[in-house]
Write a protein that binds this ligand. Structure first.
Ligand code: UT7
Length: 377
C-alpha cells in the first residue's frame, strides 16, 4: 500500500508586525480586551502578494525535502485569498517555482483549506495519481479586511506555509482524515462583496463587509473540531494518550482550550501560535506545524493531530504518523523582498481606500495582476 508522508516544510511569514496597541490607534479596542478574549498579541501584515508568500514557503519546503521543483507532480493552494478566480493561484506558484510538470489546483474551504488540501493530495498519492505534492496554506486577509469593524479586524493576520507530501512504502504519514461541513450556520461567517455574486451590484473586489457571529462560530467550532478529533483517533485505533502533539487551527485560545479538554489532551501537548500570529485562516495550521518542528516539538514517529474549523462552516481533523526526519535536508536561498513600511502604515494605507461602509474609493485593493516578483530559479 502507498502512504503519503510529509518530507518537507517551510514558512512564508511576512516580517511586518501589527500589535494590539497598533489596532487601538484606529479602533475602539484595547490590548486587554483582545488578549483576554482571544489570546492574541500580534499578527503579520504582508507587503507582498499571496502567491509570493506561497512561493517562498513552497521553495523552503522543497529545499527541506531535498526535492527539485521539476519533480513536483501537484501543487495544492489552500486558502480564500485568491488574487483572481481565473487563472487560479496554484498556477502562479507553479510558474514562480519552475515546477513545470506539476498539476495546479486551488482549494477554498476557508480556514480548513490546508487540511482539506492535505487530505485530497494524500488521497491522490495513495491512489497512485501523483507521487510528489506541495500543499500550501496561505492568506492575505489584510487586503479584504473591513478595518472599520472591530469585531473582525483584531482577529486576523497574513501568512503562509507549505509542506511537501511524498509517496512512501513505509507505514507513516496521513493515517486518517475526518472532513465535514456544518452548513446550517454558513451565513454566520461571510465576507460580502467578494465574488461573482456581487459583480452585477457594481461592487468590486475589496469592497467588503464582514458578517461574523462570533458566539455562534465559537460554539460550532468547539463542537466541530472536538467531534472530528475524537472520530479520527477512533478511526485510526488510537487514544488521546497516544497523541504526541496537537497542532490546531488558532482562531481563539479559548476555543483551543475547550477542544483539548473535550478530546482529553493536556495543553502541554498543544502547539500555540495564536498569540504571535492571530488567526491566519488556512495558513494557521501549517505555520504552527513549521514552528513546532523548529522548536523540536515533533519527534520522529510521533502522532500529530491537526484539527481545524472555518467558514462554511467547514471542519476537519487529520491524524499523522510523523516520518523519520524532523530536520531540513537543506535551506532555500529564497527570501522576502525588503519591507520599507510598518504594518500600521500598510493598514492605514488600505484603510484610506475604504469609506466607513467598506467601499473602496481607489484601486488600492484591486487584484495584483503582475507576475510574482519572487523567483526561485
Ligand atoms: O477561524 C474561524 C472563525 N473564527 C472563529 O472561530 C472565532 C470564533 N469566535 C470568537 O473567537 C469570539 O466569539 C470572539 C473573540 C470573536 C468574541 O469574543 P466573545 O467573548 O464572544 O465576545 P462578544 O462577541 O460576546 O462581545 C463582547 C463585547 C461586546 O460588547 P457588549 O455588547 O458586551 O457591550 C462587543 O461589542 O465585546 C465587544 N467587542 C469588543 N470590544 C473591544 C467586540 N469586539 C471588540 C473589540 N474590542 N475588538
Amino acid at each position: 500500500m502507498i502512504h503519503a508522508t510529509i518530507t518537507g516544510w517551510g514558512e512564508g511569514m511576512p516580517p511586518a508586525i501589527l500589535s494590539n496597541a497598533d489596532l487601538s490607534t484606529f479602533l475602539d479596542t484595547s490590548d486587554e480586551w483582545i488578549t483576554t478574549r482571544t489570546g492574541m498579541k500580534e499578527r503579520r501584515v504582508s507587503h507582498v502578494s499571496a502567491i509570493e508568500m506561497a512561493t517562498i514557503a513552497s521553495s523552503r519546503a522543497l529545499a527541506c525535502a531535498g526535492l527539485d521543483a521539476s519533480q513536483v507532480d501537484l501543487i495544492v493552494y489552500g486558502g480564500c485569498s485568491n488574487e483572481e478566480a481565473v487563472p487560479n493561484s496554484a498556477s502562479g506558484v507553479q510558474i514562480a517555482l519552475g515546477a513545470t510538470h506539476a498539476a495546479a489546483m486551488d482549494i477554498n474551504t476557508a480556514c480548513t483549506s490546508f487540511l482539506y488540501g492535505l487530505s485530497a493530495a494524500a488521497g491522490m498519492i495513495q491512489s497512485g495519481t501523483v507521487r510528489n505534492a506541495i500543499v500550501i496554506g496561505v492568506e492575505l486577509i489584510s487586503r479584504y479586511m473591513d478595518w472599520s469593524n472591530r469585531n473582525v479586524a483584531v482577529l486576523f493576520g497574513d501568512g503562509a506555509a507549505a509542506v511537501v507530501l511524498q509517496a512512501t512504502d513505509a507505514n507513516e504519514g496521513l493515517l486518517g482524515s475526518v472532513l465535514g461541513c456544518d452548513a446550517e450556520a454558513r451565513q454566520s461567517l461571510r465576507v460580502r462583496g467578494f465574488g461573482c455574486g456581487y459583480a452585477n451590484l457594481g461592487i468590486s473586489y475589496g469592497d467588503t463587509i464582514w458578517d461574523f457571529d462570533g458566539q455562534v462560530i465559537f460554539k460550532r467550532a468547539v463542537r466541530g473540531m472536538s467531534e472530528a478529533s475524537v472520530r479520527v483517533l477512533a478511526q485510526a485505533g488510537a487514544s488521546a494518550d497516544d497523541v504526541d502533539l496537537v497542532v490546531p487551527h488558532q482562531a481563539n485560545l479559548r476555543i483551543i482550550e475547550a477542544v483539548a479538554r473535550y478530546a482529553g489532551i493536556p495543553m502541554e501537548k498543544v502547539m500555540l501560535t495564536v498569540q504571535r500570529y492571530g488567526n491566519m485562516s488556512a495558513a494557521t495550521v501549517p505555520v504552527s506545524l513549521v514552528d513546532a518542528l523548529k522548536e523540536g516539538r515533533i519527534r520522529a514517529g510521533g502522532l500529530v493531530l491537526l484539527p481545524g474549523f472555518g467558514g462554511g462552516l467547514t471542519y476537519a481533523a487529520l491524524l499523522l504518523r510523523w516520518g523519520g526526519r524532523v530536520t531540513p535536508i537543506a535551506q532555500s536561498p529564497v527570501s522576502f523582498p525588503s519591507c520599507t513600511r510598518s504594518a500600521l502604515e500598510m493598514v492605514n494605507e488600505i484603510r484610506s481606500g475604504q469609506d466607513p461602509h467598506g467601499r473602496s474609493q481607489r484601486g488600492l485593493m484591486a487584484p495584483v495582476f503582475a507576475e510574482s516578483r519572487v523567483t526561485t530559479g
